[in-house]
Write a protein that binds this ligand. Structure first.
Ligand code: DQA
Length: 150
């Protein structure tokens, strides 16, 4: 069975409470439940990890190959814009990545338009709120099966 690891970076544990106009009113727990249902429909195993600490995210990415993870779906939060360490961890495991942002980072402050992940990601989904994670899951399945119409 295909295995997908979702990684959320700092402050994404605050979804539903933080800046609701930007990130919506759903908690990560609610989003995770929806993703589990979708994964069941798609016959995919999903793993979830959230941390506010850069090193923990690096270590979680490093463990992914041992667990035969096929795809990473990463919303690195603010670390997207700063972390060479997370970029290097992704490069070191050679597992394809889809970068997700709930908000449209291109409509926001210029510093959010810099990403250390975009050029090494298979693709990027941003501005779709919680739907972005579900779209990324579908994309991962199609890319893995080699059937995307692109
Ligand atoms: C975010 C965008 C980042 O700029 C921000 O720091 C976040 C969330 C998003 O999902 O839109 O924490 O990654």
């Amino acid at each position: 069975m295909m295995k997908v690891l979702f990684i959320n970076g700092p402050n994404l544990n605050m979804l539903g409470k933080r800046e609701r106009d930007t990130y919506g009113s759903f908690s990560w727990k609610e989003i995770e439940e929806e993703l589990c249902k979708e994964a069941h429909r798609l016959n995919v195993e999903v793993l979830f990890f959230q941390s506010n600490h850069e090193g923990e995210i690096v270590e979680r990415i490093q463990r992914a190959p041992e667990e035969n993870v096929d795809f990473l779906i990463i919303n690195a939060g603010a670390y997207t814009h700063t972390s060479i360490a997370i970029r290097d961890a992704v490069l070191s495991v050679q597992i394809p990545v889809i970068e997700v942002h709930m908000s449209n980072v291109f409509k926001r402050e210029p510093f959010r338009q810099v990403s250390f992940l975009s050029d090494i990601a298979q693709g990027i989904i941003c501005g779709m709120g919680k739907l972005g994670y579900k779209l990324a899951l579908h994309a991962a399945v199609e890319l893995k099966n080699g059937t995307p119409d692109m």
